[in-house]
Design a protein around this ligand. Structure first.
Ligand SMILES: [Zn+2]
Length: 70
């Protein structure tokens, strides 16, 4: 299960988002409800789902975790 770290652009709270699908993204801050929290490129999530689906640098077959949707 992919786990992404997000940071709210409004209140600055960071939180982990447990995606049920790789392409799923957090829609709002759990603290203040502000929309579109910013996805963090965390340095600690080397486990499953550690590669962000954001951007297009990861191409099919090269994703280290094999979980990248691209
Ligand atoms: Zn917030």
């Amino acid at each position: 299960m992919p786990i992404y770290e997000y940071k709210c652009t409004k209140c600055g709270k960071t939180f982990d988002f447990f995606a049920r699908k790789v392409a799923e993204a957090a829609e709002k801050c759990p603290e203040c409800g502000a929309p579109n929290p910013r996805k963090q490129f965390s340095t600690f999530s080397t486990g499953e789902g550690g590669v962000s689906s954001e951007g297009s640098s990861c191409v099919t077959g090269t994703c280290p975790t094999g979980t990248c949707p691209l």
